[in-house]
Design a protein around this ligand. Structure first.
Ligand SMILES: Cc1cc2nc3c(=O)[nH]c(=O)nc-3n(C[C@H](O)[C@H](O)[C@H](O)COP(=O)(O)OP(=O)(O)OC[C@H]3O[C@@H](n4cnc5c(N)ncnc54)[C@H](O)[C@@H]3O)c2cc1C
Length: 405
């Protein structure tokens, strides 16, 4: 970056979403800078997720954004570690009817999905041998799993090749919009931040006394807020209303020496536990409904496995009797009031893409393309995300999604 260089667009946050936006802007020859306090993403949700990708949602706009992403991931299948082995979703009596109601829309938009009886579930996945409480299931073969880190690096590599720039170790602390553009102040760390320093930054909304750095000025015609769970702080700098809460989600890796689930994609149980094969292990997650909002990153460890994961897995599959906890981690969901992302123009010169509510990896490509069209042309192109603009909350036009996992 040259001193005093002015950009067309500055993207605040370079997780999987900000990186996709940077790529899409660069594809349209828009001079772009993406700024992040930690490009390695140690606390970012893009590093902490389960890698699930599906287009079988309940709302048209969410299906379309995911569908566009999947079409792209199919083109780079090996590079992105995209394993299209499907989503198998088990429902109880309370939830099955709603799941079935949405199949016609999913099919209308080109998504393959079938309903299964409990006996068919057992035939398809013989490891699921305890069928109590399963009213039925859906299986969508074109959904699957991706390596989110490879995806983010893919976006960045392509963005860089097309001329976008990425600024590391810089935290945006002030944003001022005016008639001639947007001025940002960022605090840039002299050294790579320690883990503790990064946690301090990201939980206290700025550098603590222990961190040394200097202020830098940045300027652009427009900005995009793509700060994941930290987007509320950026919106506050802009004086724009925040709708979103960060909520901790935990995942663990377990060792099961007798079972290999490698033939299947994501499986979601009636109990809310979701799991899939991850290398030599099984990755399993569960999101307690009473988790309080906040910037909490502590992983509960063995008790999380013992209390939340193992009982649910073993209640469904005998082969899970002798599981061993290996490791785990916690990351943040950024949850909006209707559990759909907030995407679009937030104010003059200000765009936003955040609050993905557990869907940011699978919507990242579609979001980047849609938003870049809006910025370049002043209107959406092939992908119209206008249903996800923030004014839907004022208009009472929520885009409600069940938060399954
Ligand atoms: C346990 C778990 C499981 C999940 N499973 C899935 C799944 O299966 N499929 C799926 O699609 N999604 C899943 N998600 C959600 C998904 O991970 C997120 O929606 C997605 O990663 C959001 O990407 P992002 O780029 O918006 O945010 P992030 O990856 O969090 O990136 C935001 C970046 O912005 C930077 N930043 C923020 N503010 C500033 C600032 N002021 N200055 C400088 N930098 C700033 C941060 O450092 C960070 O790097 C899961 C999430 C969790 C926690």
């Amino acid at each position: 970056m040259r001193a005093g260089e002015r950009f067309d667009v500055i993207v605040v946050g370079a997780g999987v979403v900000g990186s996709s936006i940077a790529m899409a802007l660069a594809e349209r020859s828009i001079r772009t800078l993406a700024v992040d306090i930690d490009l390695s993403g140690r606390l970012s949700s893009s590093e902490k997720n389960a890698g699930g990708v599906r287009a079988t949602w309940w709302q048209r706009v969410n299906i379309l954004l995911c569908r566009a992403s999947i079409e792209y991931y199919e083109r780079f299948r090996d590079e992105l570690g995209f394993r299209q082995k499907g989503y198998l979703w088990l429902y109880n009596d309370e939830t099955y009817a709603s799941a079935l109601e949405h199949i016609p829309l999913q099919r209308e938009l080109g998504q393959a999905i079938e309903a299964l009886t409990p006996a068919q579930v057992n035939r398809q996945v013989p490891e699921i041998d305890k069928l109590d409480g399963i009213a039925g299931a859906t299986f969508s073969p074109n959904d699957g799993l991706i390596n989110p880190n490879l995806l983010k690096e893919h976006y960045r590599a392509r963005a860089l090749k097309l001329g976008a720039q990425f600024l590391d170790r810089a935290y945006v602390v002030a944003i001022e919009t005016g008639a001639s553009g947007v001025r940002l102040e960022a605090w840039q760390s002299d050294e790579p931040l320690t883990d503790a320093g990064l946690v301090r930054m990201m939980t206290q909304d700025g550098p603590g006394e222990a961190e040394t750095g200097r202020m830098i000025d940045l300027s652009a015609d427009s900005i995009v807020v793509a700060g994941g769970a930290w987007s509320p702080a950026a919106m506050k700098l802009l004086g724009i209303r925040n709708w979103t809460e960060p909520v901790r989600r935990q995942i663990c890796l377990v060792d099961n020496r007798v079972t290999n689930l490698g033939a299947y994609g994501m499986i979601v149980d009636t109990s809310g536990v979701y799991f899939h094969n991850e290398g030599a292990h099984i990755l399993a997650g569960y999101s307690p409904p009473d988790e309080p909002p906040g910037y909490h990153f502590n992983y509960d460890g063995e008790p999380f496995f013992e209390n939340e994961i193992w009982p649910r897995l073993y209640a469904r599959m005998s082969c899970m009797e002798r599981l061993r906890h290996v490791t785990g981690w916690a990351g943040l969901y950024e949850v909006s009031p209707d559990r759909s992302a907030i995407i679009g123009r937030a104010a003059k010169r200000v765009y936003e893409a955040h609050s993905f509510s557990g869907r940011g990896v699978m919507q990242s490509y579609g979001t980047g393309q849609a938003l870049a069209d809006l910025i370049a042309d002043g209107k959406y192109g092939a992908l119209d995300a206008s249903d996800l603009s923030r004014d839907r909350f004022d208009r009472g036009a929520q885009v409600w999604e069940e938060l399954h996992i």
